[in-house]
Design a protein around this ligand. Structure first.
Ligand code: TNX
Length: 554
């Protein structure tokens, strides 16, 4: 009964979202938007009054948890003590940056001043970045240790990413109301004990399709903040497709000005200036995410073909496209100008991108012959290397000749593709995004008002319950670099719509990427993810109330 009411409420809310224009979807609009479930959960029992959250009630599940007696309470006079190593490795600055971030999270809801200080002390919240400490060696760049006693919370890491991920764990150990932006009553207690945590995989990605519908910088930042909560470390931006070219390229200006001028359904579209893109990269880095830009080629290129007639084999520019069909466009493989274009685009994009990866797409090239596809990839992959980047491509690349070091992103469903396994055996690393598990744009069920269903319905359990290490038949487990959750935007226009599709599935994919396989257990996971619901309410995240998950607030 409660569930049915929750579902009804959900679909009502969705009707509101579906009708909301893009203006209502900017980051700043969210906390106060009619979407936020703040008011509905304000009357829920205050979880802060209950026992503090057990140390293992965290998503992704930590690698090791040792509970101990007692707890630490953040108080009005608590300080955040940051320290780096004595050397000039920048660790002191990084520790301060993470300390400032933690303070920003905690100050509004606690109402405490929480000064960030480099003064040492054996009490308070202590963030220690010790790149060379012997005891920290096993933590790697992304791992952390969180020790909680009655006197102090001590977070130790070797890299700023580890410290930052540890802060995300600490947030989840505090009452959900800590995420609110107005003063709450507390108390702010954290259970005693030690968490030692390292990721299973190096690649824990999320992809946002900004081509089918364009999302502005603030919307992307809002999503970055949500990804960071679950220790996602790659933001893959699908920057071009048939419906829109979304990044300014100086040497081919019409790509953005014309190719970016519309979107699915014929709206105004948009594109990132180079400064916009730099700002996204900077913000992502401040949340320990690396941006992976994608220019999809040789198919999915109508927006480019519409912008420059010479890129077409017949020399005629097609009209802009605002539908949702795929597979009808192709760059002209035999023409030399195609490679001038590709070189210029990759050069400018590589120069803007500090991360080591550049994604060249390569999926659904149904209008390119196999021979042309192979010839195109043989010419284009070395261009990516020439500009100092590592090739990432959709797994169709494994049907051509993946360059040495190239990474293939798997988006099939059952893991049976022989060419993918063969490439993996020959050294190609794999990112797993099986469409019937990891695609966040698939409908949850027949009633989901957004999304697609070509890979089936993907409920929360279906999305979580698989093993990336063994998913591709006959691929060595060591070839798996990690996982990624793509969010295609044919049906999505607003931040609440992004959130409805991403939550609760995204945290499940994040857990597959982070947590040891030994922790994998749906019945335990569903309880941990249920505890995220009140946090999402507090943050104004418009999530899907999956009936498979025992939400504490219905
Ligand atoms: C397949 S997955 C696509 C996209 C669509 C998506 C919709 C992949 C590499 N290509 O072009 O947007 O399905 O679910």
């Amino acid at each position: 009964m409660r569930r049915r009411r929750a579902r009804l409420l959900c679909s009502l809310l969705l009707t509101v979202v579906a009708g909301a224009g893009t203006a209502a979807s900017s980051a700043s609009a969210s906390p106060a938007s009619p979407w936020s479930s703040r008011s509905s959960s304000a009357s829920a029992p205050d979880s802060a009054a209950a026992a503090p959250t057990p140390l293992d009630r965290v998503v992704p599940a930590p690698a090791s948890v040792r509970p101990a007696a007692g707890s630490y309470a953040i108080r009005p006079d608590t300080r955040i003590r940051v320290s780096g190593s004595d050397g000039s490795d920048g660790s002191a600055r990084s520790a301060r940056r993470v300390g400032d971030y933690l303070a920003q999270v905690l100050r509004p809801s606690t109402g405490f001043s929480l000064p960030v200080t480099t003064r040492s002390g054996d009490e308070g919240i202590r963030l220690r970045l010790t790149p060379k400490a012997a005891g920290a060696r096993t933590l790697g760049e992304e791992g952390y240790r969180l020790q909680v006693t009655g006197r102090a919370i001590t977070l130790t890491a070797r890299g700023s990413a580890g410290l930052f991920h540890g802060v995300q764990t600490l947030r989840q150990l505090l009452p959900a109301s800590v995420e609110r932006t107005t003063r709450q009553s507390g108390p702010w207690r954290v259970s005693g004990g030690t968490i030692t945590d390292v990721p299973r995989y190096a690649w824990r990605g999320a992809m946002l399709d900004v081509s089918r519908h364009f999302f502005g910088v603030d919307q992307v930042k809002r999503y970055i903040d949500q990804l960071a909560l679950y220790k996602i470390n790659k933001l893959h931006l699908h920057l071009s497709d048939d419906q829109g070219w979304r990044i300014a390229i100086d040497s081919w200006p019409k790509l953005a000005s014309h190719g970016g001028s519309t979107q699915v359904g014929g709206g105004p579209g948009g594109y990132y200036t180079k400064d916009d893109y730099r700002e996204i990269v900077r913000y992502a880095a401040s949340r320990e995410l690396t941006v992976v830009p994608e220019i999809d080629m040789p198919g999915h290129t109508n927006a480019a073909l519409a912008s420059y007639a010479e890129l077409n084999c017949d020399g005629v520019a097609p009209p802009l496209y605002t539908g949702t069909e795929v597979g009808f466009s192709s760059l002209c493989v035999p023409k030399e100008v195609t490679y001038d274009f590709v070189d210029d685009v990759i050069r400018e994009l590589a120069a803007l991108t500090p991360g080591p990866y550049l994604h060249i797409g390569g999926d659904e090239a149904h209008s390119t012959s196999h021979e042309d596809y192979v010839a195109f990839m043989d010419r284009v992959q070395p261009v990516v290397a020439k500009y100092g980047k590592t090739v990432v491509g959709w797994h169709q690349l494994t049907g051509a000749h993946p360059a040495k070091g190239a990474i293939a992103q798997y988006w099939g469903t059952d893991g049976s593709e022989k060419e993918v396994a063969d490439a993996a055996k020959a050294g190609t690393q794999l990112i797993l995004s099986p469409a019937n598990r990891a695609y966040l744009d698939m409908k949850y069920n027949a009633d989901t008002p957004l999304g697609q269903s070509w890979a089936g319905y993907v409920e929360a359990k279906q999305s979580y319950d698989w093993d990336p290490g063994t998913y591709i038949k006959d691929a060595p487990e060591s070839s798996v670099l990690g996982v990624e959750a793509p969010l295609w935007s044919e049906t999505l226009r607003t931040s609440p719509q992004i959130e409805y599709m991403a939550f609760p599935r995204l945290p499940g994919i994040a857990e597959l990427g982070w947590s040891p396989a030994s922790t994998h257990n749906w019945d335990e996971y569903k309880v941990r993810v249920a505890a995220q619901g009140p946090r999402w309410d507090a943050m104004g995240i418009a999530y899907y109330h999956s009936p498979q998950i025992p939400w504490p607030n219905g």
